[in-house]
Design a binder for this molecule. Structure first.
Ligand SMILES: Nc1ncnc2c1ncn2[C@@H]1O[C@H](COP(=O)(O)OP(=O)(O)O)[C@@H](O)[C@H]1O
Ligand SMILES: O=COP(=O)(O)O
Length: 553
């Protein structure tokens, strides 16, 4: 089997204007970035007669490699088009952190990829760089403000705005800035997050147009005065400058799959430390032009799908018509206690033990009133007995489980899933939100932790308790919560696999993200700047004199 990058490099791509024309986009609606990438000027008017159906692809709790959401999503969209169901994709763009780290890129894999995969997994159209510059320009403006007259008396000890980089760089998690004497600024402690975790990424993903983005930027709380009053970007007068830096990044990117399905790739990943959904604008553009839009949300349904349904959905103005839960036999065995090194060995008992993880995700999606189908993302090591066992367990649960062979065969290996999805999406869905957004913040956290994660109770640190009282005083109660939690477990203990229940869930701190329109609740020891592993993907990469790359996946 060729590597992902070899398959991508051998692919014949259509010129991007031809891909755009497939969905009725005209050349004057495109800003091309070379022959195979473009940004789309929005808004794009809904095309009459289209079904405008939305399919959300989520997953079970993954192994560190990921269980194939993007791969199955691409294969599904290609299959739906092959079967005559006009479909486009709305998916997230990769962060270079994992590309050079452990997990790799986010362009799918095997014969289900969006291309040009090298470009998309590296600098793409520059959105992550624009967000990094915008975020760090704001940080520099804040430090300069403090050093100068500081009319609002912004307390250097209470600035919460951090710098970002699109790099997994643990060395920058905690830094001291302003050293070197009077003219270098006011020394203070701060740190870096990865760009995908920046509030500006969430704002870019949730904004409906440039002025909505500017309105949101104005609402960003950058810190507090010595009198502990919040200070916003609007008060500081920096909103227009930051918006200018994002005026192009807000436009959705258009590329194609190996089978030339149009794909709107826009907005960052990481549903563990961010909301992990692609942009509202890309999704709205895809919906406007299509009978079916296939989209995704990061990591497992306890993270990405919950955030899609409780944070993105209100801004999008539409709930999914069907949900695909990607499961792999290897991840279910991992959740059943099998070590990573032994996942290739048949183990029906571990598969059955780990099935509880999939069962809870299915029940959680059904609690929202949404129809779900399980996609068994087939790996070569899966045995017939394991597949049969998993389908039997799903049947007992009353949910259909369809084998998807998107990685090895692309759309051709995903027809059964496509047929199941179209059947589901055409049925009425009675969506029920998980919580009332006007509830107190603590109650919303408890709703997610008990109903989705299976916790018995939620415990808040003294700092978090104080913040809750402060947020209530400020009137910030009526916002959804975005819980930062490990992707490996329903709990805040990444080693508690399967479907732990009756556990205590710990919230250590909150971060107000008023521009994004949610309150981040940091659980356990979650960090917003990942580190590099023992053997980063970077050390296995090569490039030759022709620019041919190996090691990108
Ligand atoms: N069925 C499969 N067999 C082998 N490798 C796969 C399969 N599905 C996905 N992969 C690989 O696993 C990695 C993660 O896939 P991806 O679709 O990015 O997962 P996710 O979106 O859930 O993180 C990618 O390198 C991809 O090529
Ligand atoms: O938010 C993380 O996304 P993946 O599950 O695609 O890695």
């Amino acid at each position: 089997m060729l590597t992902d990058i070899q398959i991508a490099d051998q692919a014949e791509m259509l010129p991007i204007e031809a891909v755009a024309a497939k969905v009725g986009l005209k050349k004057d609606q495109l800003e091309q970035y070379g022959p195979y990438k473009a940004k789309v000027t929005t808004p794009v008017a809904p095309v009459a007669g289209k079904k405008h159906k939305l399919v959300l692809v989520t997953a079970i709790n993954p192994t560190p490699a990921g269980e194939g959401k993007s791969t199955v999503l691409v294969g599904l969209a290609d299959a739906m088009n092959q079967l005559g169901h006009q479909t486009t994709i709305a998916m997230r763009e990769p962060s270079m952190g994992p590309v050079f780290g452990i997990k790799g890129g986010a362009t799918g894999g095997g014969y289900s990829q969006v291309i040009p995969m090298e470009d998309i997994n590296l600098h793409f159209t520059g959105d992550l760089h624009a967000l990094t510059s915008a975020n760090n320009t704001l940080a520099a403006l804040i430090d300069n403000y403090i050093m100068r007259d500081n009319e609002l008396d912004l307390d250097p000890r209470r600035v919460i705005w951090r710098r970002v980089e699109d790099v997994n760089d643990r060395a920058l998690r905690n830094v001291v800035t302003g050293l070197g004497g009077v003219m270098q600024g006011v020394p203070r402690e701060t740190g870096f997050d990865i760009t995908a975790a920046s509030e500006l990424m969430a704002i870019l993903c949730l904004s409906t147009d440039l002025m909505d983005l500017k309105r949101r930027v104005k609402q960003i709380v950058v810190g507090y005065t010595r009198a502990k009053e919040p200070v916003t970007v609007g008060q500081l007068g920096f909103a227009d400058a930051i918006t200018i830096l994002l005026k192009d990044a807000i436009k959705p990117n258009l590329v194609q799959t190996l089978d030339h399905t149009p794909a709107f790739v826009h907005g960052g990943p990481f549903a563990n430390i961010a909301h992990g959904c692609n942009s509202v604008l890309a999704t709205q553009t895809s919906l406007a032009l299509s009978d079916y839009t296939v989209t995704e949300a990061g990591f497992g349904a306890d993270l990405g799908a919950e955030k899609f349904l409780d944070i993105k959905r209100p801004a999008l103005g539409k709930h999914p018509d069907a949900v695909v839960i990607v499961a792999t036999i290897r991840a279910l065995k991992y959740n059943g206690g099998v070590a990573l090194a032994d996942l290739k060995d048949e183990n029906l008992a571990a598969l059955e033990a780990g099935f509880v993880n999939l069962k809870r995700h299915v029940q959680n999606i059904q609690r929202y009133g949404l129809p779900a189908v399980v996609a068994i993302n087939h790996f070569v090591a899966d045995t017939d007995a394991e597949v049969a066992k998993l389908q039997e367990l799903c049947a007992e649960l009353g949910v259909k489980a369809v084998v998807a062979d998107a990685w090895a065969k692309g759309g051709a290996g995903t027809h059964a899933l496509a047929e199941a999805v179209v059947e589901l999406a055409d049925q009425p869905a009675d969506f029920t939100p998980l919580y009332d957004v006007d509830l107190p913040i603590a109650d919303k956290v408890k709703a997610v932790a008990t109903k989705i994660y299976g916790a018995k109770e939620v415990v808040f640190t003294k700092k978090a308790e104080k913040q809750l009282a402060e947020f209530t005083k400020q009137g910030w109660d009526n916002l959804p919560v975005c819980i930062a939690k490990t992707q490996y477990s329903f709990s805040d203990d990444q080693t508690a696999l399967g479907a732990p229940s009756d556990f205590t869930f710990h919230i250590r701190e909150f971060v107000p993200k008023l521009g994004a329109g949610f309150i981040v609740a940091l659980s356990g020891t979650m960090l917003t700047m990942p580190g590099l592993g023992k053997t980063p993907a970077a050390v296995k990469m090569t490039i030759d004199e022709n620019g041919t790359i190996t090691g990108l996946f």
